[in-house]
Design a protein around this ligand. Sequence first.
Ligand SMILES: [Fe+2]
Ligand SMILES: [Fe+2]
Length: 475
Amino acid sequence: MSTIDYTDKIPNNVNLSEDRTLQRALEHWQPNYLNWWQDMGPDGSHGFDVYLRTATSTTPDGWAQFGHVKMPDYRWGIFLAQPEADRRIGFGDHRGEAAWQDVPGEHRANLRRIIVTQGDTEPASVEQQRHLGKTAPSQYDLRNLFQVNVEEGRHLWAMVYLLHKHFGRDGREEAEALLERRSGDQDNPRILGAFNEETPDWLAFYMFTYFTDRDGKFQLCALAESAFDPLSRTTRFMLTEEAHHMFVGESGVSRVIQRTCEVMKQTGLEDPAELRRHGVIDLPTIQRYLNFHYSVTIDLFGADQSSNAAIFYSSGLKGRYEEGKRADDHVLKGAHYKILDVRDGVLVEKEVPMLNALNEVLRDDYIRDSSAGVNRWNKVIEKAGLPFRLSVPHKAFNRHIGSFAGLRVSPDGRVIGEIEWQANVPQWLASEEDRAYVASLMGRVVEPGRYANWIAPPPIGINKQPVDFEYVRFN
Ligand SMILES: [Fe+2]
Ligand SMILES: [Fe+2]
């Protein structure tokens, strides 16, 4: 069960060959997937040999293998985490009952929607990132981009497997539709807002993998609690891969900051315009990128009060982050939670039934986790002896979903009018000018061990390889 057979057409650890109908259906979907990858996957990458990790087993010790792989020949497969013997449902109305191996009829529509929504984000991010390979700041970074891309492709496989295996004809139709929507498309966009935004440059890419892949982590953690055991096992293994994506983001931003600080110290300059003449990204611009990606990402958690969230929890479909570590009854009937509301133009706390506030609970967990990394970035600035500090904006800032949608709120949490918003927005969110400047720095660096001027090299390479390792063979 634990080792994956790579002689199969579709590598898997789910005994696919024992279910001929399912195997045929997935083998039918496979060429459509490969066509999608050809069209929408990393632009111009198809001849490259890339030093990639591939999953070889789903046991925690040594689950992956590294080696050069020709990009389109990457073996996308279906891997579920090991089953837990006698797994019980951990929360909601069915708490204590045996976890489900099949989809109960009454939860079919909701589970399908949850799986499709998660599945849709995976190819979306590949589409958003597809041109970045042309401007990679180093081979090391190019390799990391491709690693993230192939694994997002695999995450799509993970969700498509569930749709094909457990949702019959509707599931197959949804699997096709996952290959048809396109990020940012006017007529047939991806389902969630943040996945229709552009990722036009590498600072945006690092911010995306830090903030938006971390949303993925929290959604996957909540789904890993699910009463529907195949969903739980699928997402648990996806989380193993996801950790690297967030590492790419956190270390990427950190290296940008480090390089900027080096130049600030060497030159004694602080003025952004002067620093830009030295070809680095000034810290206020990094803050504005952060404000954008953070606010767009926290919208992904949905409305602050949601009856769907309550239904998903009570029926056992989606739990909380680290459900098992919480010391409450895991049913939450009668429990309350404080959320923010707007009254007479001011933000005020109000208590609401916790079941309805579970999107907000997950968002708050996310906010704690993502803020911790911002503090680690500040350590880099502090170590350089510079006074500037980055921070996450107030959670009501630049929101488009929930009770703050349409409200103008400054990064420090004051409700303001349209005029004040318009006057300040160029200082708060990455402007056209910021983006044009960052775009002007993006140039392709391909020699092993060389790094673009605006980013510091990483302290160590991937899989303990040296930083000047030949991570990509361009052929
Ligand atoms: Fe993913
Ligand atoms: Fe990811």
